[in-house]
Design a protein. Structure first.
Length: 167
């Protein structure tokens, strides 16, 4: 698959759903009796197969992010496009836009989570309180430890294994 594309970003719809699904476990997930996969194992296998980044959605909430072998895995970006009657309470209404910029060598040069909040019956709007950033910071640290993406106060995302280039 790798020779066919210059850059490979894989997206998936997977995992349990709802506010109880904020955490990314280390086992297979399900929604009722429907198997939804072992997302950590699957996303890492996709990186091993040649993906440059993996971006998840499906739980309807934000989840943590990690770097695996130098590649970003975002396990869920939450709800972004919704419709009437969709529950947007609490973490269900916190979302973001993931911006990724790659160098020609397929190396992630810059990444940022732009925090957004869902306004019922209107859609997403910028969130000046940066709720998404704080939530993903916390979830990343809780779920991934040493491989957790470092997320700055304005949503900038860095690989924890890379040395700081700032003075």
């Amino acid at each position: 698959m790798r020779p066919l594309v210059d850059l490979l970003i894989v997206t998936f719809h997977g995992g349990a759903e709802g506010v109880r699904a904020l955490r990314t476990g280390e086992a297979a997930e399900s929604l009722g009796s429907e198997p939804r996969g072992d997302l950590r194992r699957w996303a890492r296998a996709v990186i091993d197969a040649g993906a440059d980044a993996v971006i998840g959605h499906g739980p309807h909430v934000l989840r943590g992010m990690e770097f695996y072998r130098g590649h970003l895995i975002a396990y869920s970006l939450g709800n972004f496009l919704t419709y009437r009657g969709f529950n947007l309470d609490g973490p269900l209404g916190v979302t973001g836009v993931l911006q990724l910029q790659f160098r020609g060598s397929r190396t992630l040069e810059r990444a940022r989570l732009v925090p957004m909040v869902q306004v019922p019956q209107q859609g997403p709007e910028p969130d000046p309180r940066h709720s998404a950033v704080r939530l993903v910071q916390r979830l990343s640290a809780l779920d991934f430890g040493a491989t957790a993406a470092r997320i700055g106060p304005l949503g900038e995302i860095e690989d924890p294994t890379q040395h700081d280039t700032h003075p």
